[in-house]
Design a protein around this ligand. Structure first.
Ligand code: ATP
Ligand code: MG
Length: 204
């Protein structure tokens, strides 16, 4: 090795050592442990799949997970079939009657959202459950199928170590304020625009 490359290597090592010191100090400064409220919103794809990824991560840790779907009906999805392998550690309730524009019946949608919410509360009360996914709850809030105040109060009163992830477009401001984490999926490109229909294993 020439002197030049040796100096270069030494500079790199020193730079990385400094970076590690900063990183370690930052990590050491974070000591709080608690259940998080996570919100996945925005117009881009990935809100539900990211929530399912968290469910898989928690199941991998040996913990129990509950998933409540607020809007979608009982049609089969790849994730539901995949999660079947986890047996009783995964509870899945599809409480919706389909998309709002399909039911075209507000009273029925409200009743379905109410049933889903009651199920969500039951799941949040189970002491063995580590993560509850409330899929498309934002939609039920957006259409006022459920009162935001009631939902926020129940989320605030949950067990302190329980993680909850809420998905759906147009998350209400109050929910985002209450959340520990908000990720907005941005639609940069979607195959739907190019005429591609929903693909098995990718959309469902
Ligand atoms: P996914 O379940 O794939 O993570 P999502 O939860 O982010 O999607 P939703 O708003 O629940 O998205 O919509 C569900 C369906 O709409 C999915 O099939 C998804 O691919 C599709 N979709 C999501 N974003 C877009 C978009 N920007 N344009 C067209 N279709 C979309
Ligand atoms: Mg979704």
């Amino acid at each position: 090795m020439s002197d030049d490359t040796e100096t270069e290597a030494e500079r790199w090592r020193a730079k990385m050592a400094r970076r590690k010191a900063v990183q370690d100090a930052e990590v050491a400064g974070k000591t709080i442990e608690r259940g998080l409220l996570l919100v996945h919103t925005g117009a881009g794809k990935g809100k539900t799949t990211a929530a399912m990824g968290l469910a898989l991560r928690m199941l991998g840790r040996g913990r129990a997970v509950a998933i409540v779907q607020f809007i979608k009906g009982a049609w089969s999805t790849g994730e539901r079939m995949g999660f079947a392998a986890f047996g009783e550690r995964l509870t899945w309730h599809s409480m919706g009657e389909g998309f709002t524009w399909e039911t075209q019946d507000r009273a029925r949608d409200i009743a379905a959202a109410r049933r889903a919410w009651e199920e969500a509360c039951r799941q949040m009360a189970r002491p063995e459950v580590a993560l509850v996914v409330l899929d498309e709850l934002c939609i039920a809030l957006r259409y006022d199928y459920l009162g935001l105040d009631e939902v926020l109060a129940a989320l605030a009163a949950r067990r302190p170590d329980l993680h909850v992830v809420v998905t759906g477009r147009n998350a209400p401001a109050g929910l985002m304020e209450a959340a520990d984490l908000v990720t907005e999926m941005q639609a940069v490109k979607h195959p739907f625009k190019a005429g591609v229909k929903a693909q098995e294993g990718i959309e469902f």
